[in-house]
Design a binder for this molecule. Structure first.
Ligand code: ATP
Ligand code: MG
Length: 400
């Protein structure tokens, strides 16, 4: 016996009323994209679920891949049978015979196709009795069976499954628009990006790089993080901003205690300009309230005032331990703790103001014009489309 289908169930998506089609179409496109190296399979969408027709492919790596696709509530391996009592019996028997260590089972039938002549309850008994009479050393346990044989009798066919495998839940990436993630090499921003993706956001990333204070390795680290993130959605474009000259200027022209606030504001101005150029309507950061000097209420107020773009902060109320836990779960942590300097740590003053005042910041900035430097930097941005390493055909390609 071989499972010939994977059933994908949507969960939250079914609640989306009119938008539902948008969500399910996005999910379909994402599933097809994620599985595009499996040339023989077919992915089809129905109203309340999707089917992957395996056509002989091994389902295990496909299931593993699907576990990273947001918008999937759960999945089941299934055998497709005709809407015919005999065919269902034959396939259900195969399923039990080929499942290891089953001593108890129960049958749960769902009959949405009312033209099938036997009602669900009755069919539970019919099929249960048949299985008992064809197997040795096995009994029915309706409370805690080793195996639940689920029989779903639908219009087109009957699908026999035995368990639900949890999916990544959330919303399909792309269904909530696009956002620009300020991606450092740290622990927080990749997790922030991941959580935004889970709510259906497609990402581009921007990274501020200050050679020679920050090394080529620091840049590679960021590209590796972006690659890991892309595995949960689409390929990610990373905009690398050459930030050295601007940071030096800030260091020279702005009093030490305010240089960090001004640096963040300049980062926001550049990010906003890139977002505008890319038709992106919001920014994402990995800020978490109270974590460091730049993440106080006053500081966020002073930094935020420089842009009218919404800044999404998925981690704002999270504890560091919880953030690290997610980072580990999604295999980012090992990359994030590689010991390369970030531009912000290189230039960070000894005692940055934890409660900067907006009027003061604006006053300092009045005396220094950053606009031209920002324009220049925007011209020099290097944009890299990060490949998904699991896909064979890709290689690192520079777009600009
Ligand atoms: P992270 O762990 O994400 O680096 P952090 O705890 O080090 O965050 P900060 O250094 O205050 O905190 O950075 C706050 C946020 O600013 C980061 O989460 C990130 O979104 C953004 N950021 C900081 N440095 C950079 C950088 N070099 N390039 C792009 N974004 C950055
Ligand atoms: Mg950092």
């Amino acid at each position: 016996m071989q499972y010939d289908h994977i059933i994908i169930r949507y969960g939250e998506l079914t609640l989306k009323g009119k938008n539902r089609k948008l969500f399910t179409s996005q999910l379909l496109a994402n599933v097809r994209e994620a599985l595009d190296e499996y040339k023989d399979i077919r992915v089809k969408k129905k109203y309340d679920r999707m089917y992957i027709q395996l056509n002989g492919e091994n389902p295990d790596p496909i299931i593993e891949r699907c576990k990273k696709i947001f918008g999937i509530q759960n999945m089941s391996l299934a055998i497709r049978a005709e809407n015919d009592e005999k065919d269902i019996k034959k396939n259900a028997l195969e399923l039990i015979k080929n499942t290891d260590s089953v001593q108890t089972f129960k049958v749960s039938t769902k009959r949405s196709n009312k033209s099938f002549p036997i009602p669900s309850q009755e069919f539970n008994h019919v099929l249960g009795g048949f299985l008992l009479s064809h197997l040795d050393d096995i009994s029915v346990d309706v409370h805690q069976p080793d195996l639940e044989v689920m029989v779903d009798i639908r219009q087109d066919a009957t699908y026999i499954t035995s368990k639900k495998i949890p999916g990544a839940a959330g919303l399909p990436v792309g269904s909530s628009g696009k956002s620009l993630l300020l991606l450092s090499g740290g622990i927080d921003s990749p997790v922030a990006g991941y959580l935004a993706m889970k709510r259906g956001v497609q990402l581009e990333a921007i990274h501020f790089h200050s050679p020679p204070y920050t090394s080529e390795r620091a840049k590679e680290k960021v590209l590796d993080l972006a690659e890991r993130l892309s595995y949960y959605g689409h390929k990610i474009k990373v905009h690398i901003v050459p930030f050295t000259a601007l940071q030096q200027k800030i260091h020279r022209e702005i009093p030490n205690s305010y240089s960090m606030t001004v640096m963040r504001r300049v980062m926001m101005r550049i990010s906003e300009a890139v977002a505008e150029r890319e038709n992106i309507l919001s920014l994402i950061t990995g800020e978490s309230l109270g974590q460091v000097a730049s993440q106080t209420m006053e500081s966020m107020h002073a930094i935020n005032a420089v842009t009218s773009y919404p800044i999404i902060r998925p981690l704002i109320a999270m504890d560091k331990e919880d953030i690290i836990q997610i980072s580990e779960n999604i295999d980012m942590y090992e990359i994030s703790i590689r010991p390369y300097e970030d531009c912000c740590t290189v230039f960070v003053p000894k005692s940055p103001k934890t409660k900067p005042r907006l009027e003061k910041v604006e006053q300092f900035e009045k005396n220094v014009d950053f606009s031209e430097d920002i324009m220049k930097v925007l011209e020099e941005i290097e944009t890299i489309q990060v490949p998904q390493k699991d896909k064979k055909e890709d290689s690192l390609e520079s777009l600009l």
